[in-house]
Design a protein around this ligand. Structure first.
Ligand code: CTP
Length: 401
């Protein structure tokens, strides 16, 4: 696929990996893209604007003012011009600044003004890359819908070895191709996503819940939104933040979640049941706080409504339902059973056996099982990439095809 007609704004920051930006510009221009480069002042220490201007065939911008006459480089215009902004390499300094809305140079001003998708390719030493502050900033950028092109592992400029090397330009160009080729493949589709845990009241101050963070569901919601779908999230209590274009209904209990889903289910093209719904709830939650009196306290639990199962019964032939299963033994058999019982078209099996996969983390490893029995297992990947895989696989469901 060519990138002809695509306008790409490349932000280059101060990192030794800036030399790779020259290769990136060359590959993008060769693929037909129009490339405009914005550099930070410290990027000048690593690569000259002459190199990037020659390769991109456009003057490189770095200052707000063009010259002494008061003419200025309009960051808003630049932000609106681009179909895609790529910051490569993105230093820890720039990542932290843009995550927090700081705006003291042209590049960060363009970032804040850009309405297009943004890809960020971090490059730094391994200890910087795993510092909680950098991880938190990258998490924030993800929550704004930006795509992080994860750094690769290998030898670093410091002589140390580990994760921190900027993604190779060839792989970045693949990601850019993939972005444009499937950019809007869910346009016109309405998607319901349940996510997070539910909380089942014991009394007015206590509840039963689970460790679900809502991260996987959030990644799926953002992926659908980025690929053009109209996204409706029904979220149990979670600390996740969603992009503005996603409509979120916050709920607490399984019963509330069911009510919110049931209202909109018939108008949806796709339903993704990513919530970790509590299977049981206290049968008679106390109206007042339970006082400690006897040595033992017995709480009787009653089965909650199974949201996926109930809506699966109401599913129309042109709707697609995707479920999740978390299993610890006989995983494929149990997940396949759930798939047919709950009328899913596709089930995403999480195995707790795999390190790095599961509830709270940022990575996951899944097996995707179709109603036909066909299945695929992923690598251990960031949840954002797992979300893309799930969306890609949905397009292989017979109803979609
Ligand atoms: N689910 C749901 N409502 C429930 C329970 C589960 O919508 N009350 C959905 C989940 O969102 C998930 C799928 O059903 O997509 C599987 O949930 P899971 O809890 O793993 O399966 P259960 O059927 O509850 O079986 P078990 O807990 O016995 O494994």
């Amino acid at each position: 696929m060519s990138l002809k007609g695509k306008r790409i704004l490349l932000g280059v920051t101060g990192s030794i990996a800036a030399y790779k930006s020259a290769f990136l510009v060359r590959l993008l221009v060769k693929a037909g893209a129009e490339v405009q480069v914005v550099m930070t002042a410290s990027a000048f220490d690593f690569i000259t604007p002459l190199t990037l201007a020659t390769l991109s065939k456009h003057p490189v911008l770095s200052q707000f003012q063009k010259d002494e006459t008061g003419q200025w480089n309009n960051h808003v215009e630049l932000g609106l011009w681009a179909d895609l902004m790529v910051i490569a390499p993105a230093s820890a300094n720039t990542i932290s600044k843009i995550a927090h809305g700081l705006c003291d140079n042209l590049l960060s001003a363009v970032y804040l003004s850009a309405r297009c998708a943004v890809m960020i390719a971090p490059a730094m030493d391994l200890d910087m890359y795993r510092h909680p502050s950098v991880l938190e900033s990258m998490g924030k950028l993800r929550s704004y819908g930006n795509l992080i092109l994860e750094a690769e592992s290998g030898e670093l400029a410091s002589g140390l070895s580990g994760q921190g090397r900027m993604m190779e330009p060839e792989r970045m160009v693949e990601a850019i191709h993939a972005f444009f080729s499937k950019a809007k493949d869910f346009q016109g589709k309405k998607v319901l996503i349940t996510l997070g845990p539910t909380q089942e009241a014991i009394d007015p101050v206590r509840f039963i819940s689970n460790h679900s963070s809502g991260k996987m569901g959030k990644a799926i919601a953002e992926a659908f939104a980025a690929r053009g779908a109209e996204v409706f999230v029904v979220a149990g209590p979670t600390s996740q933040h969603f992009s503005e274009k996603i409509r979120v209904t916050h709920v607490r209990s399984a019963a509330d979640m069911y009510e919110a889903c049931q209202k909109i289910h018939s108008g949806m093209d796709l339903c993704i049941f990513a919530a970790a719904v509590a299977d049981y709830a206290p049968a008679n939650p106390a109206k007042q706080k339970i006082k400690k009196s006897s040595a033992e306290l017995t709480i009787t639990l009653a089965k909650n409504i199974d949201i996926a199962d109930a809506l699966g019964k109401a599913k129309s032939p042109n709707q697609i339902h995707v479920g999740f299963a978390l299993e610890t033994e006989n995983e494929i058999a149990h997940a396949s059973e759930k798939l047919s019982k709950k009328n899913f078209d596709l089930i995403v099996l999480n195995s707790l056996q795999d390190r790095g996969a599961g509830f709270q983390g940022d990575t996951n490893k899944v097996t995707l099982i179709h109603a036909s029995g066909q299945r695929k297992t992923s690598e251990l990947l960031p949840k954002s990439q797992i979300a893309e895989l799930i969306l890609d696989e949905i397009k292989n469901v017979p109803v979609w095809v």
